[in-house]
Design a protein around this ligand. Structure first.
Ligand SMILES: [Zn+2]
Length: 296
């Protein structure tokens, strides 16, 4: 009898344990589902996670019935009290598109314009972090140096984020002669002078969104660089750099080597740069001399 009672106790314990485990697993999966739902609903997640842009609001633009028209126009919201762009919207038609080559926009200094070069990190020559980013791309409405339409944006946001959406609208309008409702809203957090990203919405008019229909968020980030959105200053992301195959930057001709953020590097011609791997001692052993300014 005692044996049976012991065995029963054992089964009871086992059953209790299994129950508790199941309940715990269930709760966890419930919480997991809840989180996923929030993201699916399109709450503007501004956490960059490797994609230059994400869909928001299920990729559906939010133009109201009376906003949708089939006459071309463009409007640029006034700068706010901090001098920041607010919103730019247009009904893009062929007649708004530029026929001349783009002019200079260098005279415009958008808020947070703290330009800096990142050789070895940014793939352009010179390797500038920032572009003057048109909210509504030049190819769409031909706006050149309109300060209500230009924000401080990373090369990455411009080239990897915004450009393909602008291109898709341009080709559609050129091919069909139809109109596209288009709205770009920069996402400034608090009093920040640089936006965290831009929201682009577009909807083709004559075919009710069959040709063009999207609502996306493009991140104003640059892999390899930490941006201080409050004022536009920035610094090299050392964790990112640690994964690259170089540690120092040298001048090919003078054989001086530098910390990648040394001001003397920023002044050097890209073609004169040599990227070196290894420790300080190893680099010296290869015949390079440390810069006396940055003491790498
Ligand atoms: Zn230096």
């Amino acid at each position: 009898m005692k044996k049976i009672a012991n065995r029963l106790k054992y089964y009871l314990l086992l059953a209790t344990f299994v129950c508790i485990t199941l309940i715990t697993i269930n709760n966890e999966s419930l919480e997991g589902n809840a989180n996923e739902e929030v993201i699916e609903e399109g709450t503007q997640s501004t956490e960059y996670s490797g994609d230059a842009s994400i869909e928001v609001n299920g990729n559906k633009p939010t133009f109201t019935e009376d906003e949708i028209v089939d006459d071309s126009y463009e409007e640029y919201g006034d700068l706010d009290e901090l001098g920041r762009c607010t919103v730019a919207y247009a009904c893009v038609g062929k007649d708004l598109m530029p026929t001349e080559k783009r002019g200079s926009i260098e005279a415009v200094k958008p808020t947070g314009w703290e330009q800096k070069k990142y050789p070895g990190i940014i793939d352009s020559n010179p390797p500038y972090l920032y572009n003057r980013c048109h909210l509504i791309g030049y190819q769409l409405t031909g706006e050149n140096d309109n300060k209500k339409n230009l924000v401080t944006g990373t090369r990455y946001m411009n080239m990897d984020g915004m450009l393909r959406y602008e291109n898709s609208v341009t080709s559609y309008v050129k091919e069909t002669g139809n109109h596209v409702m288009y709205r770009v809203t920069p996402d400034f957090k608090g009093d920040n002078l640089v936006c965290n990203g831009v929201n682009i919405e577009a909807l083709s008019v004559e075919d009710g969104g069959e040709g063009i229909c999207f609502n996306v968020y493009c991140y104003n980030v640059q892999p390899g660089v930490k941006i201080h959105y409050s004022d536009g200053t920035s610094e090299l992301d050392r964790d990112y750099q640690a994964n690259l195959d170089w540690t120092y930057i040298a001048n090919k001709y003078s054989k001086k080597f530098h910390d990648p953020e040394c001001e003397l590097v920023a002044d050097m011609k890209t073609n004169n740069l040599k990227f070196l791997s290894g420790t300080r001692e190893e680099v010296i052993a290869q015949g390079y001399e440390p810069c006396t300014e940055c003491n790498p």
